[in-house]
Design a protein around this ligand. Structure first.
Ligand code: ZN
Ligand code: ZN
Length: 137
């Protein structure tokens, strides 16, 4: 994948790519934790640099819901959306509402060439919505 994207193959890049594949929507700190299981001496900066290079090359997608730190995922290029739990911050993928990338067809694109539509659905995940009793509301 790295060569296909024109990137030099380095151990940190391979480890970061593997970590994001295994842990979709992970934040930088958790990715560093996973990468250090393989490469104990890797620095924060090296992981940041790898994440940036992989994102710029289109191998990873960076998402950042309001109030959250940046998260990374390997599911790129399909313009999917996300549902985010207001309570615990859990994130799941949501396909476009109908068919394939219909969200890119704006009611008025103002002449812009659109390539991405970002929709975030907010609510409570199943765990949080069952934990919360009526007394908490
Ligand atoms: Zn939750
Ligand atoms: Zn996603």
């Amino acid at each position: 994948m790295l060569r296909g994207a024109g990137l030099r193959v380095t151990r940190p890049r391979v480890a970061v790519l593997g970590a994001v594949f295994a842990h979709p929507h992970a934040d930088t700190e958790s990715i560093i934790g996973v990468v250090r299981e393989d490469l104990p001496d890797v620095s924060h900066q090296t992981v940041y640099d790898a994440l940036r290079a992989l994102t710029d090359a289109g191998l990873l997608r960076r998402i950042q819901p309001a109030g959250s730190v940046a998260r990374y995922e390997s599911r790129v290029g399909d313009n999917h959306h996300h549902v985010v739990c207001r309570s615990c911050g859990a994130i799941d993928d949501v396909d476009c509402a109908v068919g394939e990338t219909p969200c890119l067809t704006a009611s008025d694109d103002h002449g812009y060439a659109l390539d991405e539509a970002e929709v975030t659905y907010w609510g409570l995940c199943p765990t949080c919505s069952t934990v919360r009793s009526p007394d908490d509301l």
